[in-house]
Design a protein around this ligand. Structure first.
Ligand code: 26Q
Length: 808
């Protein structure tokens, strides 16, 4: 790796300022400075990227294509400089030039092209794929507006648009010459000639897909991959036929129609919305991507017969499932392949990762919509369906139930997960428990027929970002104890940190670092939000999307319980406890928004009640996003991972907290199960029903009985129903727990888990009061978090699904 001196960087930055903004250093604003730094870093990455491309071209390397509607990248300047090994030098250069590096980094907007777990996972995986020197490309949409910014106004969520591109485009390189054309609507015309079935679309609407590439630098390597973000443009600036007759609105209509495709990210997390614009987004980016892969492949090899040997396409949930019929379409209609070979190639190229078993998140598109928007694609899906049903009839002896469950097109719906399971060569879940549930339950029948397809790849997070970069003092301590920074490339080496478990100096330092992080976070909150956090209190954090299954409400119920204890006995000596929530709710999710209001009502009540002074605090931190997580997670002491068992596919926040030495209170759900395995009973606080118990209990579950048998629980629910001093009542929330809608009271079984949760919270506090034990537990959590590094996940994908080599 080429290294740069401070003076070299300064002169490069100065050059950018002069040539792009006509400014000297002393005339430059922070914005100029940010952009100039980004350009310098981008230049270094571009050079590396061209080399990387050339190398994989020359060696005929097999390539990975990671397709996702979401990449929640966050900020890039500090991260890229870190990976390139120039972070310290860059900071010096920035300071030298009269700017504050911290302020400059802070001025970068998050690239918020994702909702939550699935999008952030894709971003972590990009980092690992580059670091492990795997030839890989990410593909998505260049949304003009990322995930909304959340404001809390009078206790309620208000959404503001997130126009990130004005600064964020510093990282993008537009490649007009690699534009692809995507067709919508029209009708299929076909005829036979010379034994070939010609198929084309007539009267369709064409949208231009323009690549805006973002370079992804690996850590300590020059290997640099690309995240290709497709922007949507109309091929006709204005329709001159309408223009000339004075119909000006009509003249620009087509253009607006095209460009709306890349306008905004759908803000729904773990919830399917069957909107036609969403379908257009999916097909738009999929079609552009497949065409771009095929065109490059054909230009190089002059044939597509070896396509599946040179490419693997990984789809992030079902959202990009259209790759299956799209690749079939291109092979058959554009390259004259017959069905069987097209099918062989397609089904040996595409692999599917499932991220949820929530019924409301399973994608199924109305047949009419698919047929009118994508007529040829619909034909191909129907053909896949027919052939699949034929095979199922044979395999399952005409068992009608099986056909009904597994059909791809049924009753006016196209079911995307079934299409994936029928067509992909690999299907994986994202934690051991989740993959198990897929095989035992959701995809059981498909598993009976093709068990070899089904795999598990437990999620992982970019530990260079989520440990080393966000918690530099902890990184230093690990390096000091283990004698090297080996763990950065070999996360398994984190286990050596455990040798210091009985070293009191290390334990003391670990506690100091946590305290420093808490103070740093508290100062930031004070400055940014005017919030005064008690840094002598235990910091207990639940940060994730707001969803009923994640049970923020269970956390609230426990806090109300604590508050009632204080009300009964204001003199009560208790461990000072600060509860922090951070969560965005999907804008249309009414119950989630009510829960945010409830948290804010409770927060106002408790924070202003003198009996809670120095004992109890509750805050809802607005606008949870990658950059807020980066500040908050290193300051956390308790991590709340309390979903109903069986509902959270994996979770990845749980891993980030663990790496930063927070202790988990959680259910046996998702990756918590594997954390529990790593940590044993002594280093994690597990409570509640298991997923099997949840399933067994569900048919006769009666939340009302739980309430009536537990007076403390009843009292908590009564208090929530009545509301707090702001006068808002929350009886609609408690009613849904006690009576429910159409018989489904307390779908997520909060009342069943309440008693064991409260008890376990008591254990957490008791453990916290024994400082040495607590610090040892924190150290063990950090030391055993290595398997939750994204590098490990990517090696799993590379070994078991992609079959590509990587850096050792
Ligand atoms: C689908 C169709 C139409 C509109 C929106 C959607 C949509 C968008 C986002 C459906 C689902 C999502 C997001 C799902 C998600 O984030 N799942 C999480 O994935 C993480 C990474 O694997 C897991 O750790 C979490 O457990 C899982 O909830």
């Amino acid at each position: 790796m080429h290294s740069y001196t401070k003076l070299e960087l300064e002169s490069l930055i100065e050059g950018k300022l002069r040539r792009n903004f006509g400014r000297t250093v002393s005339e430059a604003t922070q914005l100029h400075m940010f952009k100039a730094c980004a350009m310098v870093i981008r230049d270094i990455m571009s050079e590396h990227q061209m080399e990387t491309s050339k190398r994989s071209y020359d060696t005929d390397a097999r390539e990975v294509h990671y397709l996702s509607l979401e990449f929640l990248m966050g900020r890039s300047l500090e991260k890229n400089a870190y990976n390139l090994g120039v972070l310290d030098t860059l900071k010096d250069a920035i300071s030298d030039m009269g700017f504050s590096p911290a302020d400059l980094f802070e001025s970068e907007p998050d690239a918020g092209l994702g909702n939550g777990g699935l999008g952030r996972l894709a971003a972590c995986y990009l980092d690992s794929m580059s670091t492990l020197e795997i030839p890989a490309t990410g593909y998505s949409i260049c949304y003009q507006l990322g995930i909304f910014k959340q404001k809390i106004v009078d206790g309620a969520q208000v959404e503001l648009s997130d126009d990130w591109l004005d600064k964020g485009d510093a990282w993008l390189m537009t490649k007009m010459d690699e534009t692809e054309l995507v067709n919508f609507g029209g009708h299929v015309v076909d005829y036979w000639e010379d034994g070939f079935h010609h198929v084309s679309l007539e009267d369709c609407t064409t949208v231009m897909a323009v690549p805006r590439d973002m370079e992804i630098a690996g850590y300590q390597t020059e290997h640099t991959n690309v995240l290709r973000l497709w922007d949507a443009k109309s091929p006709v600036p204005v329709n001159m036929n309408f223009y000339s007759t004075g119909e000006y609105l009509k003249a620009v209509e087509e253009q607006t129609m095209a460009e709306v495709i890349a306008k905004v990210l759908y803000p729904a997390d773990n919830h399917y919305e069957g909107k036609s614009l969403r379908l257009k987004q999916q097909y738009f980016f999929v079609s552009a991507t497949v065409q771009s892969i095929v065109h490059k492949h054909f230009a190089k090899y002059g044939t597509l017969h070896n396509f599946h040997e040179k490419h693997v396409i990984q789809i992030n949930d079902t959202h990009p499932t259209w790759v299956i019929p799209e690749l079939m379409r291109i092979l058959m209609d554009e390259y004259e392949f017959g069905w069987d070979e097209a099918w062989y190639i397609t089904s040996h190229t595409v692999a599917y990762t499932n991220h949820t078993i929530l019924a409301e998140a399973l994608e199924h598109w109305p047949q009419n919509l698919v047929e009118s928007l994508l007529p040829r694609i619909f034909q191909i899906i129907c053909e896949i369906n027919q052939r699949y049903l034929d095979e199922l009839r044979l395999f399952f002896n005409n068992d009608g139930n099986k056909l009904y469950e597994m059909a791809i097109v049924w009753n006016g719906d196209v079911r995307m997960a079934n299409l994936c399971v029928a067509s992909c060569f690999a299907v994986n879940g994202v934690s051991a428990l989740h993959s198990d549930i897929l095989v035992r339950d959701v995809f059981h029948d498909a598993w009976l027929r093709t068990p070899e397809k089904f795999q598990n790849v437990t999620n992982g997070v970019d530990h260079r970002r989520w440990l080393a970069e966000v918690n530099p003092a902890l990184n230093d301590l690990i390096v000091q104890v283990t004698g090297s920074d080996d763990y950065l490339l070999h996360p398994a080496a984190l286990s050596e940190f455990e040798t210091a478990k009985n070293d009191s100096a290390v334990l003391t330092r670990l506690a100091e670092i946590k305290q420093e992080n808490k103070v740093r976070f508290a100062n930031h909150m004070k400055k940014q939000n005017g919030i005064l956090l008690n840094t002598d209190a235990i910091f207990d954090v639940q940060s994730k999307r707001l969803h009923e299954y994640k049970r923020q409400l269970l956390n609230v119920m426990h806090i109300v319980y604590l508050y009632q204890q204080l009300q009964d006995n204001p003199q009560l000596e208790m461990q000072p406890h600060t509860f922090l929530f951070a969560a965005k709710a999907a804008p249309g999710y009414v119950m989630a928004k009510k829960i945010i209001q409830l948290i804010n009502s409770l927060s106002r009540q408790i924070n202003n009640d003198p009996i809670c002074k120095d004992k109890l605090q509750v805050f809802f931190l607005e606008n949870y996003c990658v950059s807020l997580a980066e500040r908050m997670i290193p300051a956390a002491e308790v991590s709340e991972q309390i979903s109903t068992a069986g509902k959270e596919a994996s979770g990845t926040g749980n891993m980030k907290f663990m790496m930063n030495g927070a202790l988990t209170i959680g259910t046996e759900d998702g990756a918590n199960v594997e954390m529990h395995q790593q940590l044993g009973d002594d280093n994690i606080f597990i409570f509640g029903l298991t997923s099997d118990e949840v399933a067994d209990m569900r048919p006769h579950y009666n939340s009302y009985e739980y309430m009536m048998h537990n007076p403390a629980l009843k009292r908590v629910l009564d208090a929530i129903a009545a509301g707090f001093s702001d006068g808002r009542s929350y009886s609609d929330i408690t009613n849904s727990l006690i009576f429910g809608q159409n018989g489904h009271a307390d779908e997520y079984m909060l009342l069943a888990d309440f008693a064991s949760y409260v008890k376990r919270q008591g254990d957490v506090v008791a453990a916290y009061q024994d400082k040495t034990t607590w610090n040892q537990m924190a150290l063990v959590n950090i030391a055993r978090s290595g398997i939750f590094a994204a590098d490990r996940s990517i090696r799993d994908y590379a070994d078991n699904i992609w079959h590509v080599p990587y850096r050792g």
